[in-house]
Design a protein around this ligand. Structure first.
Ligand SMILES: Nc1ncnc2c1ncn2[C@@H]1O[C@H](COP(=O)(O)OP(=O)(O)OP(=O)(O)O)[C@@H](O)[C@H]1O
Length: 292
């Protein structure tokens, strides 16, 4: 089954091109983070996938159906901004609505409400909620139906560390049960905790973080770490201590380096790998202070 297929999507607002012949396919359940600077089009893209916004051209398939087919909402939920909540209704009213519409079992409602610790304010009207309380309610509403595809627009915004942990656990559990999660976020440390599957929206197209990081960062230990600077380009070597450095190299080049130094005074005594973090890739792609 194709979970999501985006084909040749374009969208402009006036002269601003937000989506530019964008193609993407998701065919395996995954937790996917959508990352880009403010105003790049993340919400526009999620809205279009959910058929709440129209592309200028192109098509979207959700769970093997065109997204114009209303039946996709049985299997897909979308957490938008808190403006979608009803100010004069209580949290419980919102939950009842979702429970009835999706036939959510009572024990799942109870467990989800408990996991996110929102029980104590459900009897209050939403207009009295703080930003974090609204976020928690929105998250619970999106996750309750246990959809095959859930899209969350900036779910981490305004959450305290305990709530972030509850969200992380809930998303991992959903994924383990076979669902796909797509969420946008500016919290790149949290993104790295949740998933390796990061998509950058840049110049109207999606680029996988994995395609940007052909080099792996290795931490190496040797007698004289500065020696590495004499045999490798300077920008590939960062000295950490006199005997420790990080080296960014493709895997084969690292193997060749190890062989070359084996048995010499500069033998690599220890080598550990670490993948390049999303923040480093973000700055590589978008530079500093750039607004798309
Ligand atoms: N209805 C609209 N009319 C005109 N311009 C719009 C409209 N909706 C979005 N835009 C513009 O499209 C661009 C993308 O907006 P969008 O909200 O999708 O970005 P985003 O990546 O979600 O941003 P953020 O991270 O700040 O939430 C912005 O420049 C925004 O001003």
């Amino acid at each position: 089954m194709t979970i999501l297929a985006l084909h040749d999507l374009t969208k402009s607002f006036g002269r601003q091109v937000v989506l530019d012949h964008l193609d993407w396919t998701v065919s395996e359940p995954a937790i996917i983070a959508l990352v880009a600077p403010n105003g790049s089009g993340k919400t526009t893209l999620l809205d279009i996938i959910a058929n709440l916004g129209r592309p200028d051209s192109g098509s979207v398939t959700v769970l093997d159906r065109p997204n114009t087919d209303q039946s996709i909402y049985t299997d897909m939920t979308y957490m938008q901004s808190n403006e979608t909540l009803f100010a004069n209704m209580t949290g419980q009213d919102h939950i009842d609505l979702i429970q009835r519409s999706y036939g959510v079992p009572a024990d799942r409602v109870e467990a989800t409400v408990a996991a996110f610790g929102i029980g104590q304010f459900l009897t209050k009207k939403v207009k009295t909620y703080s930003l974090g309380m609204k976020q928690l309610l929105l998250i619970v509403l999106a996750l309750l139906p246990q959809p095959q595809l859930v899209m969350l627009d900036e779910p981490i915004n305004g959450l305290d560390p305990k709530a972030v942990q509850a969200l992380r656990n809930a998303l991992l559990a959903l994924h383990q049960a076979g669902s796909t999660v797509i969420f946008s976020s500016h919290d790149l440390a949290e993104v790295d905790r949740l998933t390796d599957d990061v998509l950058f929206l840049t110049k109207g197209r999606l680029v996988a973080a994995s395609s940007l990081a052909p080099a792996t960062t290795y931490t190496v230990v040797l007698k004289d770490a500065a020696f590495l600077r004499t045999i490798l380009p300077a920008d590939q070597v960062t000295l950490l201590t006199p005997t420790k450095a990080t080296v960014a190299l493709p895997t084969e080049a690292m193997q060749a380096l190890r062989q070359r130094l084996a048995g010499t005074d500069h033998e690599l005594l220890d080598v550990t790998t670490s993948r390049q973090g999303t923040e480093a890739l973000y700055f590589q792609l978008f530079g500093q202070h750039e607004i798309a």
